[in-house]
Design a protein around this ligand. Sequence first.
Ligand code: NAD
Length: 346
Amino acid sequence: MKILVTGGCGFIGSAVVRKAIARGIEIVNLDALTYAGCLDNVASVANSPLYSFEHADICDRAALDRIFKTHKPDAVLHLAAESHVDRSIDGPLAFLNTNIMGTGTLLEASRAYWEVNDRPAGFRFHHVSTDEVFGSLGETGEFTEETPYSPRSPYSASKASSDHLVRAWHETYGLPVVLTNCSNNYGPYQFPEKLIPVVILKALAGQPIPVYGKGENVRDWLHVEDHAEALLTVLLNGENGRSYNIGGDSEARNIDLVRMLCEILDRLRPAAHPHADLITYVTDRPGHDQRYAIDPTRVRTELNWKPSYTLAEGLEQTVDWYLQNERWLRALQNRPGVNQRLGKVA
Ligand code: NAD
């Protein structure tokens, strides 16, 4: 089997690429290498005969057509996106371009390839999306696959649009698709502008650890290796036209998550004062969704997937990885356009 993965040099995409190659699946990694893409994330598999890389933009139809023709993939696993909510507030148009027009262009290239090859039954277009398309929850309730869409940030609105496009290509043209909507990921190789690596970097530098508002926003946390496993499970076994919510069974308030990270750092990298002393509350993000929670019943009962990490185990493994890989962390931290964002956290 050969999968065309888009965004395979990013955080989640690279986890999927590493896992798929370990399973003997052939991978074509298509990535534009934006500020968030990093070839080091796939360095461990780059010499595998199962791996090839295509430096291309999903908005470039001619490049996509050439890549489909050259590699003849059996499936597309689409992760390439602009992914950071704060950036979408500062500059929404890049999100509309990549997440909406890019997905539309990729759908058209996939459809052309699928049609020209007499619509092979096994072909799949798997679109990777977020639970943020469903909006914000109060203190109770969970998102199911039937929850109406109610995106509230430019990022989530662009992802919601791309989900609608994928369903439309299925209904209108019959393109075989599956969709997944998952909660906040964490784990190794996450770009250092997202909450967990930012907390670790700030703590190591002895600088204030910024927490939005009162830190009471609740997120469900999913370890990236569990997500990668779920994505391969849905791609290979999911039902055509169906969507699956994927969650980590690990709800936490932001402030509690940050305190857990500080306690782990106190043990693994003790400092003169407890790291939690560095926690500093900062002005809240505009339109900050209060709570996300996932009902993962469908993927559990129909496809027999469940997360393997508890939050405590996953955070310990993650902090340990960042401490062992400080060189990777600091190389990305020093990329142009990144440092100034570290005062803001998701
Ligand atoms: P990321 O920002 O770490 O990586 C995105 C990758 O896509 C990068 O390698 C980048 O170079 C590439 N890319 C961006 N624009 C491109 C373009 N126009 N053409 C080709 N490549 C391009 O993102 P991530 O956190 O790994 O997220 C991957 C996917 O999962 C996204 O679609 C995101 O919406 C979704 N998702 C992420 C989370 C999360 O917690 N990180 C949660 C739910 C869903």
